[in-house]
Design a protein around this ligand. Structure first.
Ligand SMILES: Cc1cc2nc3c(=O)[nH]c(=O)nc-3n(C[C@H](O)[C@H](O)[C@H](O)COP(=O)(O)O)c2cc1C
Length: 312
C-alpha cells in the first residue's frame, strides 16, 4: 500500500504470519528504469514469499522491471490494474487499464517471457459505467488468453472521475458475488478476493468461493489479525505474544539503525500491534511521541512496552 507499507512493514508482518504471501506497494516500472532500482527492490530474506507489484503500461519497461525483480529473487510479479489516482491515470496505468486489456496483455506477455516466476494481475471488478460481469469477464479473458493464471480482484469498481483514491476504497459498494461468479466461470484460474475483509468468519465465507484472500487495511491497522488468521489456518503454529513480536523486532531495528535508518520509520508500522488491548493507546502514544526524536533507539520501544499494563 503506497505511502503506508515498505520493507520494514513486511519484516514485521512476516513475524505475525509465516504463511502469508506478502506484496510490496506499487512501484512504477519507470522508477525502476530511471531510479535507484537496487534500493527500490531491496528486501530482507525473511520477507519471502514476496511479490513485487509494478505499475506501468509500457511493455518493454514492464519487462525490464520484471526481469530485475526476478533477478532480485521476488516470488511473483504483479501488475497493478486497480489504482485510481490521477497521477496514475495520466501515466496511463492503474485502474484505467481495465478498459484496455490488450495493453495489459501485451505487458503480461513481455514480462512473462522474461521470467519464470508467475506474473499476476490485480484489478477491480469494473470502472465507471463499466460495472458488469461481462466487462470483468472480457478483461480477464484477454489476460488469461495471454497466459495469466492468477487474478487478485478488489471487489468494487473504481470511479476514475470525481472520487479520490481514498473514496475509491470505500464509496463504490463491495460486490463479492461478482468475484465468486468470475471464479465459477473460470475454475482453472486462481482467483483471490480483496476488499473489506476484517474478520475470520468473512475470510472463511469468501474462501468457500475463491482460492485466496488479500487483506490490506485490516492487516495494517490491526497487524495481530494476521497472527490470528495464521493460527486459524495453521494450528500447529505457535502464535507469538504481542510483546514477543516486539522483542523479535529489536535485533532488526538495531541493525537498521546502525545503517542510518530512523527509528520512527520502522515503528510507525507497529503502532497498531496492541489495538483493542488494554494499554493500546499508551503504546501508540509513547511510540508516536518519541520514536522520531533525534538519536531515538530501541529503548523507546522497551519503554513503550513498560508503559502498558502487564496483561497486554
Ligand atoms: C494507503 C493505501 C495505499 C494503497 N496502495 C496500493 C498499492 O500500491 N497497490 C495496490 O494494488 N493497492 C493499493 N491499495 C489498495 C489495497 O491494496 C486494497 O485493494 C484496498 O485497500 C481494499 O482492500 P482492504 O479493504 O483489505 O484494505 C492501497 C490502499 C491504501 C489504504
Amino acid at each position: 500500500m503506497m505511502d503506508w507499507t515498505d520493507r520494514h512493514c513486511r519484516y514485521f508482518m512476516r513475524l505475525l504470519s509465516p504463511g502469508a504471501l506478502l506484496y510490496t506497494e506499487m512501484i512504477t516500472a519507470a522508477a525502476i528504469h530511471h531510479g535507484d532500482a537496487e534500493q527500490l527492490l531491496r528486501y530482507d530474506r525473511s520477507e519471502h514469499p514476496l511479490a513485487l507489484q509494478l505499475g506501468g503500461s509500457d511493455p518493454a519497461m514492464m519487462a525490464e522491471a520484471a526481469r530485475r525483480a526476478a533477478a532480485a529473487g521476488y516470488d511473483e510479479v504483479n501488475i497493478n490494474v486497480g489504482c485510481p489516482s490521477d497521477r496514475v491515470q495520466s501515466g496511463q496505468f492503474g485502474a484505467c487499464l481495465m478498459a484496455r486489456p490488450a495493453i495489459v496483455a501485451e505487458c503480461f506477455r513481455a514480462m512473462q517471457a522474461e521470467i519464470d516466476v508467475p506474473v499476476t494481475v490485480k484489478t477491480r471488478i469494473g470502472i465507471d459505467d463499466n460495472d458488469s460481469d461481462e466487462f470483468l469477464a472480457r478483461f480477464v479473458d484477454v489476460l488469461s488468453a495471454a497466459g495469466c493464471g492468477k487474478f487478485i480482484v478488489h471487489a468494487r469498481i473504481a470511479i476514475l472521475d470525481g472520487l479520490s483514491p481514498k473514496q475509491n476504497r470505500s464509496v463504490p459498494p463491495l460486490n463479492y458475488e461478482r468475484v465468486f461468479r468470475l471464479k465459477e466461470q473460470n475454475p482453472e484460474l486462481e482467483v483471490v478476493l480483496n476488499g473489506g475483509l476484517s474478520n475470520i468468519e468473512q475470510v472463511e465465507m469468501v474462501l468457500g468461493h475463491v482460492d485466496g484472500v488479500m487483506i490490506g487495511r485490516q492487516a495494517y491497522h490491526h497487524p495481530y489479525f494476521l497472527a490470528e488468521l495464521e493460527q486459524h489456518f495453521n494450528s500447529r503454529w505457535q502464535m507469538p505474544q504481542r510483546r514477543s513480536v516486539v522483542e523479535q523486532m529489536i535485533p532488526y531495528i538495531e541493525a537498521e539503525l546502525r545503517k542510518g535508518e530512523r527509528l520512527g520509520r520502522i515503528t510507525r508500522h507497529m503502532v497498531g500491534l496492541f489495538a483493542g488491548m488494554p494499554g493500546a493507546r499508551a503504546w501508540r502514544r509513547y511510540i508516536s511521541e518519541n520514536a522520531y526524536r533525534d538519536g531515538a533507539g530501541v529503548e523507546v520501544i522497551r519503554e513503550a512496552v513498560d508503559a502498558m499494563p502487564v496483561a497486554a
